[in-house]
Design a protein around this ligand. Structure first.
Ligand SMILES: Cc1ncc(COP(=O)(O)O)c(C=O)c1O
Ligand SMILES: N[C@@H](CCCC[NH3+])C(=O)O
Length: 436
């Protein structure tokens, strides 16, 4: 195990996937969708909906895949906190020795609160503020992934004032098309991320002269939900060519950070397996003394979590039927924002209901508030539905739009439930507001 594709658990009725991951979220032979040993339906009845449920074993399985595939080289997996920043998930990752990729001071604070080691933290993001840089320097993080010449100057001057040296990589934008949704493509020259190869070359030479900076690595992240190895390889080739040019200038790097971006299966995508991805990376790095850092987010958590929702009403329209559920775009924005297709199924397959095609929509007053379109479902009012692949960029992107308290989150461990986030109460909605 531990070398397969990040696969959705849904096609797996007997809890195994030959050659891919052990799947801990599946429909058991009793017809109930279960997370490890617990039926989603029962959890929904007890804890209410909308409800996020994660499998601890599935998270460990995905992390193991990365560690197993890079065990023969010096490496550090830096989980991209943005994908799912629940403190229990960070705590689990930290307890297994994982590092973290962060993009804000808030994420660094979360990592530390969760017991993460700041010395295993890489800090990406295009707009690091003065106070965030100071905080990260005080915490002695592993590396700043510098995204612009101006940011380099700022980091240098803050480090000088603190009489320390800031460890840095430069995030290189290799101008490679990741072949993913334009909103989550980050490695093209019209994207705001990183600096072009030629700028990076000059910036490295400049950085090497700065008193407050220690050049230690190079970084690249070209986008998310990549389903082909080709863009990764193209980017790596460009980065390694730059590494060689820098070496010729006497600038030796200690690590290469290849970013995240490996895709998962939501529907019928066939993304590379972690092992295949890292095999190619390692072959490119062979013979070089570069520690390998990677920043996976989605592939660690997406298919380790589900979102459970309850059908409130069925409504027949003139051209389509609606299954109106109690989860909405404020709970899971991916379908609305990226037209993302997320699998939705009945939590209990034993129920005898007529099958119909529905648009699964939420209560929010936006036509764009939908979770899925044209889905065949056997459902009636009061039944629970399960959205798969919801562990990444689900709760993390949720909001209180339409004054909707945010969902509760559970982590299942075998037959045990951990409530890792309480459901927000209505009074939480205005907790930080003040009457005149
Ligand atoms: C800098 C950086 N690293 C890592 C990630 C994680 O990407 P993914 O969730 O696709 O693995 C992201 C998000 O795309 C990112 O912006
Ligand atoms: N939020 C995106 C991924 C963003 C990646 C962040 N750089 C998604 O849900 O697919």
């Amino acid at each position: 195990m531990g070398s397969g594709r990040i696969f959705p658990p849904v096609i797996d009725k007997d809890n195994t996937q030959s050659g891919v991951y052990m799947s801990f979220i599946s429909t058991k032979s009793n017809g109930l969708v279960s997370v490890e040993d617990l039926a989603v339906k029962e959890l929904a009845q007890k804890y209410g909906t909308p409800l996020y449920i994660y499998s601890k074993a599935q998270l460990e399985e995905h992390l193991n895949a990365y560690n197993a595939a890079s065990s023969d080289v010096e490496h550090l997996v830096c989980y991209a906190v943005k994908a799912n920043s629940n403190i229990a998930i960070l705590q689990l990752m930290a307890s297994l020795g994982t590092g973290f990729d962060i993009v804000s001071g808030g994420e660094l604070a979360r990592v530390i609160e969760a017991g993460g080691d700041p010395k295993k933290v890489v800090y990406s993001g295009v707009a690091k503020t003065f106070s965030e840089i100071e905080y990260a320097l005080d915490q002695q993080i592993l590396c700043f992934n510098v995204e612009s010449p101006a940011e380099l100057e700022r980091i240098n001057s803050i480090a000088i004032s603190k009489k320390v040296k800031a460890p840095i990589s430069i995030r290189v934008n290799p101008d490679v098309d990741a072949g993913t949704h334009p909103y989550i493509s980050t490695g093209l020259k019209n994207n705001k991320f990183g600096v072009p190869v030629e700028t990076a070359f000059e910036l490295y030479k400049h950085a090497a002269t700065l008193e407050g900076v220690k050049v230690i690595g190079i970084d690249c992240h070209i986008g998310s939900q990549l389903t082909s190895l080709t863009p990764f390889v193209d980017a790596l080739d460009r980065i390694l060519a730059l590494v060689d040019r820098l070496a010729a200038e006497g600038i030796q790097l200690e690590h290469i950070d290849i970013g995240g971006g490996l895709g998962v299966v939501y529907k019928d995508e066939v993304p590379p397996a972690v092992s295949d991805y890292l095999k190619v990376v390692k072959s490119k790095l062979a013979g070089r003394k570069l520690k390998l850092i990677c920043e996976p987010g989605r592939s660690m958590v997406a298919n380790a979590g589900v979102l459970v929702t309850r059908c409130e009403y069925l409504k027949q329209g003139e051209v389509c039927n609606f299954c109106i559920v109690d989860a909405a775009m404020n709970d899971m924005i991916r379908p609305s924002l990226y037209s993302a297709w997320m699998r939705i199924e009945e939590a209990d397959h034993n129920l005898d209901r007529p099958e119909n095609v529905y648009n699964v929509v939420g209560p929010i007053c936006e036509t764009g508030d939908f979770l899925g379109k044209e889905r065949s479902l056997k459902v009636q009012e009061g039944d629970f539905l399960v959205m798969h692949g919801a562990g990444a960029y689900g709760f993390a992107m949720s909001s209180n739009y339409n004054s909707r308290p945010r969902a509760a989150e559970l982590m299942v461990e075998g037959g045990k439930v951990h409530v890792i986030r309480d459901r927000e109460s209505v009074s939480d909605l205005w907790r930080n507001e003040h009457k005149l």
